[in-house]
Ligand binder design. Sequence first.
Ligand SMILES: C[S@@+](CC[C@H](N)C(=O)[O-])C[C@H]1O[C@@H](n2cnc3c(N)ncnc32)[C@H](O)[C@@H]1O
Length: 281
Amino acid sequence: MSSTTTTTTSATTTARAAGSYDPARTTSGGLAGELARLETQAELSFPEELRLLRELGVTGTGGPLIEVGAGSGAVTRRLRAALPELPLIAVDIDGDLLAHADGAGAELVTADAAALPMETGSAGYVLLRYVVQHLSDPLPALAEARRVLRPGGRILVTEVDASCWGLADPWYPELAGVHAKLSASQESAGGDRTVGRRLTRLLAAAGFDDIALRPFATTSDGRPMEDFAPHLGPGRLQPLVASGALTLAEFALAADRWNRFKADPEAWVMLLGFTAAGTAP
Ligand SMILES: C[S@@+](CC[C@H](N)C(=O)[O-])C[C@H]1O[C@@H](n2cnc3c(N)ncnc32)[C@H](O)[C@@H]1O
């Protein structure tokens, strides 16, 4: 796809935050902070994610690939560079956020994951990256992905699970309560940061075949620890202070431990993510 087209479906012309995701209240610095966070997050783990996408059947042919919940296009741009021949369609319910994907080399479509304005059996791949954790009921979106995939098409769902997010050394057990509050806050907004453990069962319930789950790890070996700030730093916690879910003292504790961790030349971290895949019958 050589040009970028922007399509806005009539049902979803109003840009808005979706489910437990609100780009203006996800991290410190409002929307600008979130755009930077999404970019850093993609930069950190995309090479590993791409390796898995290829292993799970994504090639440069057989598209289009519909990236549902593409957000600002952080991954769209990287997919375009890695798979230049593959037609890409970037979908998001939040038209304002999706506008930042302009120029990513994809058709942009503002739509709900559960009501895609695409023909049945028209896609080769559907990718949902860090979207399912924000949906109060992921099944309608997964069923819609199955509808738009042609038989044999592949769904790829990349997610986390808060209970096996990775490893940090040193580890600060006093932060367990703070992390629990982050998960609880997302849950109270309809999301689920422990969705990783349900991925294969969700794909089965949505009618996919040939289901597989693969973990991917990103470590601090050879990288500045600052690259991990979107995951480990206190930025994600600041909106929780504003909403009253976290006390200032808890926030200060988390900020202090992050600064200690960053300053420790022996510190090491590994983040774990998961990609589940299935085939449309
Ligand atoms: C955490 S962001 C991830 C963005 C992008 N996938 C990435 O990894 O950089 C979650 C995205 O899912 C979108 N989203 C949430 N619910 C949605 C829905 N029902 N339909 C379409 N997009 C949705 C949000 O607007 C947001 O862009």
